[in-house]
Design a protein around this ligand. Structure first.
Ligand SMILES: CCCCCCCC/C=C\C/C=C/C(=O)SCCNC(=O)CCNC(=O)[C@H](O)C(C)(C)COP(=O)(O)OP(=O)(O)OC[C@H]1O[C@@H](n2cnc3c(N)ncnc32)[C@H](O)[C@@H]1OP(=O)(O)O
Ligand SMILES: Cc1cc2nc3c(=O)[nH]c(=O)nc-3n(C[C@H](O)[C@H](O)[C@H](O)COP(=O)(O)OP(=O)(O)OC[C@H]3O[C@@H](n4cnc5c(N)ncnc54)[C@H](O)[C@@H]3O)c2cc1C
Length: 662
């Protein structure tokens, strides 16, 4: 981190006000002092590589140049990872340094994030032995090719076909229609030479559902597409410019039988299909990534909050009192209302991620012992938390951007790009509504079980309690608020269920009744997610090992989250819990008190995310607060400022002005 010497005086004052030890917060957030040290050490090693520094901001490069620069840096970064592993005999610690290097999304994201994990999760030991060493060492580069032009959400509807030919013991891959072309996979455009292709398996004319296959699509020496492969890049997007998303189609492209990833289901040499214990295990990589996305949401909220809070401490505009100097905009309560929820939410998502990660690890362990009982709960929980956290994180980033006024609109603030990247997670890895409806299926089943008095899985057991406790008075405590959100979820689950029943009584079949109730079902899933987020984060704060000074501030943040959402969803609480108008007024006052209480620690709290200037990559958010200097320095890098008179003056402006004289 930069030293305080050249720091903006407002930030120096802010840091002096902080009531807790920022280093303690950093160590708590990242797990331990050792974890912080190792992460920083690795980040130092990456940032010491001169070739990773960009000569000019990415925004001035063409689409093609941006991609090429992205690949260049991704390969150097990969060497740093390899060298670290060789030296320390372990992988580098979790870190976000790719943001400092690539800025947008790495063309290797899908290789590391989905290609390798799919081989590890869906391959037999023999298949893992064949491909993992090559993939992990980057002798081969891959992606995860599932989505097609015509289908993304409904993956049973995918049209890519893998037909088994027992004579040659090969699968023949085909994309018979335009809509069957793979569309979106990261790195597919021009980077990868392999992919996991998700395709419909046909044996002797019989369909056996979708399965993952490994296909080499480009020559390893020339990088030319292999015969029978049509592949390319899909063009510019809202973000993900360097992710190199691509399209892909096969024309009678043959791959050996051993290229079907066969941990779950197998095709024997003679074409016999051996079903797996649960066909949904084929969807396993998606579950893993959905859990990871909850963690990513914590990072993006932290990044945007760090930029906007530091900027708001430096920025002065207007007066609170006419007799006093212009105020730091962070002193306006409305600004605190916009920003502190982003700080609080980052902690909430982090705790939810750690909680989900534990659930994921447990279920994976159970699956390795052929025990599947807790898989539905994992799937349902990962779906709704991914859906709610990504949408909320996107809104928080946008709110942080708006809170920086005009300067937040500058690319150099890094907030527009951060928004583009964050909001993409609402769609990828399962579109929000679609995932919430998956959770709703689970909630409906849980509700029916609750009505029969059955024992429910831990994440939904509150439905049973709520059934018993519906008459208890509201309590204006964090625990009371958590219960309140559970009552809302209970009420919405019950209402959605009863709506389905109502339509069925009117003669509709279950599917139509489901569709007619689906707005309510989505809302029930959202309420269920909110109840989980509130409970998990409050429990995490209460059981944390933080010192009293830090614990006080973390509790304030967690209470802010609870109170913010109570006020945002007060209509639901009035409808489904025993909260009263008077309780809401008390909570409104409490919320305002919390903003005021958190205010002196705002800069300390974002310092506690420990995001280096290079990761923030923002003129507005740097540790030293040299906002105006940086805005000007970055503007001067514009190619338009490298010449006094642009040629367009002589070509167009002057002739126009002269014509106007005639
Ligand atoms: C930590 C690493 C971080 C790395 C970060 C990488 C980030 C990379 C950034 C971008 C890359 C993006 C990549 C992608 O987007 S890849 C493509 C992702 N695509 C999707 O997510 C598609 C979404 N659709 C689906 O998942 C499915 O189609 C579906 C679940 C919506 C529906 O599936 P379907 O087979 O039609 O099932 P049903 O609705 O009929 O349900 C049947 C039954 O199955 C249960 N179930 C569904 N999915 C799962 C699952 N994954 N695990 C367990 N069980 C599952 C479902 O609950 C039903 O159960 P039932 O009610 O008891 O019948
Ligand atoms: C940045 C980015 C990166 C990606 N990377 C990859 C990748 O690497 N590999 C890959 O395979 N894919 C990738 N994808 C694709 C992504 O997984 C899909 O776009 C996503 O799953 C959504 O599917 P869709 O585009 O078909 O949306 P659609 O399903 O067409 O959604 C459109 C609308 O229809 C609604 N809808 C659809 N079905 C239902 C339903 N059953 N009930 C109610 N409403 C419904 C949705 O809610 C939405 O409002 C990426 C996408 C993005 C944006």
């Amino acid at each position: 981190m930069s030293t305080e010497t050249k720091c903006n005086p407002d930030l120096v004052r802010e840091r002096a006000k902080c009531t807790f030890d920022v280093n303690e917060l950093i160590n708590l957030f990242y797990g331990s002092e050792k974890a912080t040290k190792e992460r920083r050490h690795f980040e130092d090693a990456v940032l010491a590589v001169k070739e990773l520094k960009d000569a000019i901001p990415e925004e001035y490069l063409s689409h093609k140049e941006r991609y090429e620069n992205g690949v260049r840096k991704a390969t150097i970064l990969r060497d740093v990872y390899r060298d670290y592993k060789a030296k320390h005999n372990r992988d580098p610690p979790p870190n976000q340094i790719t943001k400092a290097v690539i800025k947008d999304i790495s063309p290797f994201l899908l290789h590391n994030g989905m290609f390798v994990p799919t081989i590890a999760g869906q391959g037999t030991p023999e298949q893992q032995a064949e491909w993992l060493p090559k993939a992990e060492s980057m002798q081969i580069i891959g992606t995860y090719a599932q989505t097609e032009l015509g289908h993304g959400s409904f993956i049973r509807g995918l049209e890519t076909i893998a037909t088994y030919d027992p004579k040659t013991e090969e699968f023949v891959l085909n994309n018979p229609t335009l809509t069957s072309f793979k569309w979106w996979p990261g790195g597919l455009g021009s980077t990868v030479n392999h992919c996991v292709v998700v395709a419909q398996l046909y044996i002797n004319g019989k369909s056996h559902g979708i399965h993952p296959f490994i296909a080499q699509i480009r020559d390893l020496d020339t990088h030319k597409p292999l015969p029978g492969v049509k592949v390319g890049e899909i063009g510019p997007k809202m973000g993900f410019q360097t992710a190199n998303n691509g399209f892909l189609g096969f024309d009678n492209f043959r791959i050996p039988r051993k290229n079907m990833l066969m941990k779950n289901a197998q095709v024997l040499k003679d074409g016999t299909f051996v079903k797996g214990i649960n066909e949904k295990l084929t969807y396993g990589t998606m579950v893993m990534v959905r859990v990871g996305i909850v963690g990513d949401c914590s990072f993006y909220a932290a990044l945007a909050a760090t930029i906007a809070v530091r900027y708001s401490a430096v920025r002065h505009q207007s007066h609170i009192k006419a007799s006093e100097p212009e105020a730091q905009i962070l002193d306006y309560l409305t600004q605190q209302h916009k920003l502190f929820i982003a700080v609080a939410s980052s902690h909430v998502y982090r705790n939810a991620y750690l909680w989900m990660e534990k659930m994921y690890t447990n279920v994976m362990k159970e699956l390795s012992q052929d025990k599947q009982d807790n898989l539905p709960e994992l799937h349902a929980t990962a779906c709704c938390l991914k859906a709610v956290c990504s949408r909320d994180a996107g809104s928080l980033v946008e709110e942080c951007r708006l809170a920086c006024g005009g300067h937040g609109y500058m690319a150099s603030s890094n907030l527009p790009l951060t928004y583009g990247v964050t909001i993409a997670a609402v769609t990828y890895e399962g579109e929000r509504t679609v995932l919430l409806l998956q959770t709703a299926r689970y909630l409906m089943k849980a509700w029916m079980a609750a009505l029969k008095g059955k024992v429910l899985s831990p994440s939904v057991s509150y439905l049973l309690n709520s059934l018993k406790e519906s008459k208890k008075p509201w309590q204006n405590t964090p625990e009371g608020i958590v219960k309140g959100f559970q009552h809302v979820s209970f009420g919405k689950v019950k209402a959605a269920y009863e709506t389905i029943q109502k339509y069925m009584k009117q003669g509709k079949d279950y599917e139509d009744a489901w569709n007619l109730a689906s707005v309510q079902l989505v809302k029930a899933s959202e309420a269920h997610s909110r109840a989980i987020l509130c409970e998990v984060s409050w429990e995490a704060v209460c059981s944390s090992s933080a010192s009293p000074n830090l614990s006080r501030v973390l509790q304030q943040l967690a209470q802010l989250y609870l109170t913010y959402w109570t006020l945002e969803t007060s209509g639901d609480l009035l409808l489904y819990s025993n909260i009263t108008k008077d309780d809401l007024i008390i909570l409104r006052d409490k919320y305002e008190e919390l903003l005021v209480a958190i205010r002196p620690n705002a800069v300390g709290l974002v310092d506690g995310f420990d995001l280096r200037d290079e990761i923030l990559n923002s003129t507005l958010g740097s540790y030293d607060g040299r906002v105006y200097e940086r805005l000007m320095e970055e503007a001067l890098k514009s190619p338009l400022n490298q010449e006094t008179v642009n040629s367009s003056f002589h070509k167009y402006l002057k002739p126009m002005m002269e014509k106007a004289k005639l």
